[in-house]
Ligand binder design. Structure first.
Ligand code: MN
Length: 503
């Protein structure tokens, strides 16, 4: 359901008329060559579309208006090949609503020391041309990323790829519909928030739906569709004996399949990209959706439990950014600690709803049924598995009252110290960076939620770019985090956001 290949970033080169037609033709040719090279890299998931070199204020204004209107254009790469007097850019950039990255590169990597003359100098002017442009962007207070280096440098291309993924997530959120099925878990604070501000800031609309709307979809699912889906379950998963065709709980598996089909139909009919539910509001459903939510997440839907629409939207954004990359992305919760001084760990899990995209490869997830201690419904069916190991990030988005704040922690997923035969939910065990005491203290001081979006496909860089594009506060917790410095950052940010606030 997520396709990044249809999206475009526009490669736009700035210049000016003074150089004459011959130089401008060369500028255009060079730009095409760079765009083709960058666009052909595996690091970039979107199309890179070259635009003609920009030499007048009117052309720049028209280009920015066209970018705003282009439905598949997620953002722009801007590069001043030659000097491009930056007042020409004011009108266009004032109107531009798409994010842009300033690529500070030079067509020729090296100075040809023995042959360099003024012709070469005039075609390799970005060292000063991009500074003129940078001044204007800073003067205008424009949020953007600046990437420095030669265009064939894999690190530069990689950064463009990361940024373009964040631009795709931002684009995906514009006009996105998020279904809040039921409301919030009663009395919970962190899952609440300002949906009006969220729509203004991020572009997605969160609206509430009665569970009855979903139940109607579940009840209209035909028996043959249920037959087909439970057969798929039988093939895809290691099905517990009681849930197999002759098992005594087969009826519960059919109920779970019916819930998946009904929920999927509800989401498809409504054009939703993410959703929430809450175990306190299950009237008309036999079980809390478990495998249904897990499989919908695996198909690209964002999800947040207990009405957590901010996390649902963040899971969706991170799934967009992670499309095509190795490693999964899931709704997650810091559930239980292992406080052994030799390696303090977090066991991440939820009541049911962990996405099988993060499952350890090589074996089928186990499809099981167990009681749920809260909610008062029939036992829910769920997929149980361990997460694959390696680096990952946990990200949260909280509403501070006057702004949104994103907090990201780098973690290392490790195998559980021992098998967990009695744990009836999917889980990931990780060592937070720099270590649990500092990471958890920083997270708590920052007001980070217990729910997160967890990803093995993304790095802090993706979330930095996303936060920059959305204009949202970002706090990162990683190897270099010191609590003393982190506390200062929190205090300074209060002042910064108090003043710069909602620009
Ligand atoms: Mn929860």
């Amino acid at each position: 359901m997520i396709d990044l290949e249809r999206y475009e970033v526009w490669f736009v080169t700035g210049s000016q008329h003074l150089y004459g037609d011959e130089v401008l033709r060369q500028v255009d040719d060079d730009a095409k060559r760079i765009a083709k090279s960058v666009g052909g890299s595996d690091s970039i998931a979107v199309k890179v579309v070259t635009q003609p070199a920009q030499t007048t204020p009117d052309a720049i204004r028209n280009l920015c208006a066209a970018a705003n209107a282009a439905t598949d254009c997620v953002g722009l790469i801007l590069w001043m090949h030659t000097f491009s007097p930056a007042k020409m850019w004011i009108g266009g950039l004032k109107e531009l609503h798409k994010p842009f990255v300033h690529l500070h590169t030079q067509f020729n990597r090296d100075i040809p020391w023995s042959t360099i003359d003024m012709d070469f100098m005039n075609l390799n002017q970005s060292a000063h041309g991009d500074r003129e442009f940078g001044y204007l962007c800073t003067r205008m207070g424009l949020s953007r990323k600046v990437i420095v280096g030669h265009w064939q440098d894999p690190e530069v291309v990689g950064k463009l790829g990361t940024w373009s993924r964040a631009a795709c997530a931002r684009h995906d959120a514009q006009g996105a519909r998020i279904a809040r099925i039921g409301d919030n878990m009663r009395d919970v604070a962190v899952t609440e928030g300002d949906k009006v501000e969220a729509e203004m800031r991020f572009g997605y609309a969160v609206n509430g739906y009665g569970l009855g709307d979903v139940v109607a979809c579940v009840e209209s699912v035909g028996e043959s569709a249920v037959d087909t889906l439970v057969q798929q379950y039988d093939e895809l998963y290691d099905v517990a004996a009681s849930l197999r065709p002759s098992g005594e709980r087969r009826g519960s598996l059919r109920d779970a399949a019916r819930i998946e089909l009904g929920l999927r139909a509800f989401l498809e009919d409504g054009g939703f990209k993410a959703f929430t539910d809450t175990f306190e509001n299950l009237h008309g459903l036999k079980q809390l959706p478990g495998i249904a939510v897990q499989r919908l997440m695996a198909d690209g839907y964002g999800f947040g439990a207990e009405g957590d629409w901010k996390t649902a939207a963040l899971v969706r954004a991170m799934k967009v950014m992670a499309t095509g990359l190795a490693g999964g992305t899931s709704f997650m919760e810091d559930y239980t600690y292992h406080l052994d001084p030799d390696g303090m760990k977090v066991l991440g899990a939820h009541m049911l709803e962990i996405c099988p995209s993060i499952a350890l490869g090589g074996r089928k997830p186990s499809l099981e049924i167990h009681p749920l201690s809260i909610g008062g419904k029939e036992d829910p069916v769920r997929l149980v598995f361990d997460a694959s190991t390696g680096p990952a990030v946990n990200a949260t988005l909280v509403d501070m009252g006057d702004r949104f704040r994103m907090v990201v922690n780098e973690v290392e997923v490790v195998p559980p110290d021992q098998p967990l035969p009695n744990l009836p939910v999917a889980r990931a065990v990780w060592l937070p960076h720099p270590e649990l005491k500092t990471a958890a203290a920083a997270w708590i001081l920052a007001g980070g939620a217990h729910h997160t979006s967890f990803s093995q496909a993304l790095t802090v860089a993706h979330l930095e770019d996303l936060a920059e594009i959305a204009g949202v506060e970002l706090l990162t917790i990683g190897d270099t985090t010191s609590l003393a410095e982190f506390r200062k950052e929190l205090r300074w940010n209060e002042v910064y956001y108090g003043r710069a606030g909602r620009r």
